[in-house]
Design a protein around this ligand. Sequence first.
Ligand code: ATP
Ligand code: MG
Length: 392
Amino acid sequence: MKEILLCKYGEIILKGANRRYFEDMLCKTIRFRGKHFGKFTVTRSQSTIVIEPRDDAADMDGMFETTLKIFGIVGVSRCAVCEKDMDAIRRTAREYLPPFLGGKRTFKVEAKRSDKRFPLTSPEIAREIGGEVLSVVPRLKVDVREPEVTVNVEIREFGAYLHAGQFKGAGGIPVGTSGKALLLLSGGIDSPVAGYMMAKRGVQLEAVHFESFPYTSERAREKVFELAGQVAQYAGSVNLHVVSLTHIQEELVKNCEEDYFTLILRRYMMAIADRIAAESGCGALITGESLGQVASQTMPAIGVVDPLASVPVFRPCIGLDKEEIIQIARRIGTFETSIQPYEDCCTVFTPRHPKTKPTVEGVLEQQNRLPFEALVEEAIAGKTVERVRTEF
Ligand code: ATP
Ligand code: MG
């Protein structure tokens, strides 16, 4: 007996000419991610992608866990393949299926024959295998209308497939099918979630982190690399640009009114991110802002920062409560890293009374006390970039 994975993908996007492109991207991602777990063959048949190990060394558990993090896959079934012979199918049903039936009360068997030469009809196969399942898990009851789990038996050309139930996939659409965007990645809770959410909609990520060494530490930077690796489990590898704002912040503190520090700093961030986006072929920026969460996230505050971007700014957390963002952060595994207490450049010179209703004139009057353009260029000239690979 051999085990394979059957990945189901969503139907909505499959209409028309998109289908081929979507499937190709998905297969490419699966093949690439699969290399970490051994040798696999990835093929498609109908609306299913079939992942087969090519030898016994392939790590099926690892591969399975990974498929649950690949956007575009809505459900994954672990499936046993055996000979097309009723004795072998019965034996496989007894040995392979019980772990998938744990905690379930009702089931049904669905059988399908694509090989019509097989001696039993589909209803006959279903009945036989239903009996086998009951013999090894006697507490189960058959419920053909609303079973908690459905056992599938498929008689295919090269063998019989058996599987029970489907594990929920990450959903969304394959990364790369919506282009590329630049994520402003802090060490906080919200921005990794924002990156995850946009990757789910098919966006390939590039990331930028702003630091303010020595006011922010080496450890704070490492934390951001760790977060990028965690987001990359879903989004694929990302290039992480690191930009120092130290000089800008020192100039700000010397020349501008304290109430405006955060806003002007955010205008710098936006302007610098916009340049990096243009250089790296990103069609949008992504931030983790949530309306009203802090002083710099009021409507007027966002309003005086937003125009610095020449591409759309996606803010997928804008309408979410902190609690909702935290829930996602926990589910995707970034939360524990995010809450490690390291300083962020936004918090090193925090105004006591930040402006919540700034005007463009007010902000410009402050900003014009500094050579904005020259400081932006200097910051970009000192930038570093590193590729952060998917953390397994
Ligand atoms: P987060 O939890 O994502 O840090 P936050 O609630 O702390 O968000 P802010 O610090 O105001 O809010 O930042 C708002 C957004 O600006 C962040 O979600 C992020 O996209 C971006 N940002 C803030 N600080 C940085 C930074 N040091 N480097 C890169 N982006 C940043
Ligand atoms: Mg923050």
